[in-house]
Design a protein around this ligand. Structure first.
Ligand SMILES: [Zn+2]
Length: 697
């Protein structure tokens, strides 16, 4: 009833608002039905239900490979079954050592054994439960004692600066602060430069008292708060690089794996200060001073530390991990599917990371299952996934993608990722440029807890001019979309509500923290789930898949000027004109496809026409893959975005070309430009095929 009333009102809205409500890829009749379904479904996610799921899933630390994490699998499966959703669990055995003992101390001056565990906090019940030891995932084993050197963020350029000062970490224990790069890169660089051990600490300037009051008085990190986290650089189980960890799969030996060989542990700034304040040697170079209340020095020494890590790799390194799936079968195009997923494992109770994402997936599943009680069915199959061992290096999603790559390559129309769906009120979204307009449309549809729509609050917070859209993130790396996007070229989208990140990967990322600071009323969890619900429905029910390759081509065009600039600086003769021309062709083809699509939908194109059109559309982004991958990393086949191999978090666009420039190779740069241009031509051809298909009635 409510929705009919809303539709009547719609006629009274200004034309611009009406235009925003148009549904790309839908016939008029199907758009009207879809509006009803979406309006009903997005009303269902509820703060009370979200809060109950959150409390249950964050009641104990649930690290991958532990019994507690098997319990979250059972909870998710039981919920889906209760709602009548068909379920599946996939198990993979992965090489994932867990610590047996972790110790750290200052040896001199004045010996001091460090308390590493995060102490209980009154009023936060899970802070007094068993916690996971403070060691980085995939740390090497070892017991080392050596002089300490402060290496700032431990970036490649930080070691270059140390070199210029005549300071080496060879045979020393490095102390790096978190931030500016993925911690795996910090570990790799420390080992490469000869360090025998590494402490990675949370500086108060980054997420501690410099940023705000600390837990439990505020949301930021207190001196004992520790950021755990993996230092594995490649994605997936390191014993099966590039293929799935199924039963009987061949395995690398540990000495063949791309893993750290030195012990690496994370510490809070309380302990870090006990090392750093006694360091001598040169004063911190410009930009190296952190937030502790003394002037930083680089060392080496006279501070000596000891760091000792022992794990179970000799006895039971192999552990099972569990991905869960729920399926709602499509009626018209049942082989095609759209999937939403979030990782289910954490380093602590994980209320934000990633119980919030799991809750968003669960609430979307419940809303859509409920919709089916009225007899409605989606056109395409919808899949609700939760991944295990994301925190160790995207293990669960990567093994699944490698296991199911043929089916995914052929039939997956989109993957939607939910990692930290809610820990504050500030919306952000991103993904493949082809899905960004759909995500903006859905943000215009979903009410924001602070009033208006998610889109209007997002605009307000990003303070962009009327003519521009709020910025959206590129899919670099660092979460479960990587296998889908980087390896298989499947369009992806992600979103969430951000805020203070002071308990990231800590035992204090708890239900209590969430109810005090992150999302006390669970309204942002609910909003994230509403967006997920509508995104799934919008993509699953479309007559023609709603990818926007005009926006895609326009986004790509921005990446050419920096390449021209680099070529100019090198005084090379290479030219980007072929690349420019192929991106222009992609935009032209996209525009004529859009016009042909809308004409066909106005005439109610038959199912066969739609089927052929959608098949052709699926090939557009797949055309931008190179089967042999990047020269630096063969698993990464998508040539549009990738995580920078020197940083791990930062995104690199057109990586085949930009890595050639970085390697200072003029002829490789030219041939990579030609290669990329030929792939854009193939993508444009796929759009031309889609136009031909949609025009045949
Ligand atoms: Zn996460």
């Amino acid at each position: 009833m409510q929705i009919r009333y809303a539709l009547l009102l719609l006629g009274a809205l200004p034309a611009s608002v009406f235009a925003q409500q148009s549904m790309v890829g839908y016939s008029a009749a199907n758009a009207a039905k879809e509006r009803d379904v979406e309006a009903n479904a997005i009303n269902r996610p509820s703060p009370a239900v979200a809060s109950a799921h959150s409390r249950e899933l964050s009641k104990e630390t649930h690290v991958a490979g532990t019994p507690a994490q098997a319990r979250t699998r059972d909870y998710v499966i039981a919920q889906m079954k209760k709602w009548g959703i068909e379920t599946e669990v996939r198990t993979y055995d992965v090489w994932m050592p867990h610590p047996v003992s972790v110790k750290a101390s200052r040896v001199s001056p004045s010996p001091k054994e460090f308390a590493l565990a995060e102490p209980p906090i009154a009023g936060d019940p899970t802070s007094s439960l068993a916690q996971y030891p403070t060691v980085n995932g995939y740390s090497g084993e070892g017991d080392v004692t050596a002089d300490v050197v402060y290496v700032n963020y431990g970036l490649i350029e930080d070691y270059a600066q140390l070199d210029s000062m005549g300071i080496s970490v060879k045979g020393k224990i490095a102390v790096a602060r978190y931030g500016r790069s993925f911690r795996g890169i910090k570990a790799r660089e420390a080992e490469k430069h000869g360090a025998v051990g590494l402490f990675i600490y949370s500086d108060p300037q980054d997420d501690g008292f410099v940023q705000g009051d600390v837990y439990p008085d505020g949301p930021m990190r207190n001196p004992n708060g520790v950021q755990r986290g993996s230092i594995l650089n490649p994605d997936g189980d390191p014993s099966t690089p590039g293929y799935a960890s199924t039963a009987g799969a061949p395995r690398l030996r540990p000495d063949q794996m791309e893993i750290s060989h030195i012990p690496v542990i994370p510490i809070g700034y309380g302990n870090a200060s006990e090392l750093l304040k006694f360091l001598k040697g040169p004063g911190a170079p410009r930009g190296w001073q952190g937030g502790l209340a003394f002037h930083y020095h680089v060392g080496p020494g006279p501070v000596k530390a000891r760091l000792a890590v022992k794990d179970d790799r000799a006895t039971k390194a192999m552990k099972p991990i569990f991905d869960t799936f729920g399926f709602v079968r499509g009626t018209e195009f049942p082989d095609q599917f759209v999937m939403v997923g979030g990782h289910r494992d954490g380093w602590g109770p994980g209320a934000a990371d990633n119980v919030s994402g799991t809750v968003s997936v669960l609430e979307a599943a419940r809303s859509i299952a409920e919709e089916m009680k009225s007899g409605w069915r989606p056109k395409r199959t919808i899949v609700f996934a939760t991944w295990d061992a994301e925190e160790w290096g995207l293990l669960g999603s990567t093994e699944y993608v490698e296991d199911d790559s043929l089916r995914l390559s052929k039939n997956a129309v989109a993957y939607l990722n939910q990692d930290v769906a809610a820990q504050g009120s500030r919306f952000s979204g991103g993904g493949s440029p082809s899905l960004r307009p759909t995500l903006r449309d859905i943000a215009r549809l979903v009410p924001d807890p602070a009033g208006g729509t998610v889109y209007s609050q997002w605009r307000k917070a990003s303070a962009v001019p009327d003519t521009a859209e709020p910025a959206m993130g590129d899919p670099g790396g660092g979460s479960d979309f990587a296998g889908f996007y980087n390896h298989l070229g499947i369009p992806i989208a992600e979103w969430g509500f951000g805020g203070a990140g002071g308990v990231y990967h800590s035992q204090y990322d708890s239900y209590t923290w969430m109810t005090k600071f992150g999302d006390p009323k669970f309204v942002y969890h609910t909003a994230a789930a509403k967006i997920g619900t509508a995104m799934l429905l919008r993509i699953a029910d479309a007559d023609v898949l709603p990818y926007d390759y005009v926006e895609y081509a326009r986004t790509m065009r921005h990446y050419i000027a920096p390449i021209d600039k680099a070529i100019g600086e090198h005084h090379w003769t290479a030219s980007t004109s072929a690349l420019s021309a192929s991106i222009d062709r992609l935009e032209r083809e996209a525009q004529s496809f859009n016009a042909a699509r809308d004409a066909a939908l106005a005439k109610n194109a038959p199912k066969q026409t739609l089927e052929r059109t959608n098949q052709a559309l699926l090939q557009v982004e797949r055309s931008l893959l190179r089967s042999q991958g990047l020269k630096t990393r063969s698993w990464f086949r998508n040539l549009i975005y990738v995580a920078d191999e020197n940083n791990g978090y930062a995104n690199m666009v057109f990586p085949s070309v930009n890595e050639a420039i970085r390697a200072n190779d003029a002829s490789l740069t030219q041939s990579e430009i030609a290669d990329l241009a030929s792939r854009f031509d193939k993508a444009a051809q796929a759009l031309a095929d889609a136009r031909t298909a949609v025009s045949q009635m």
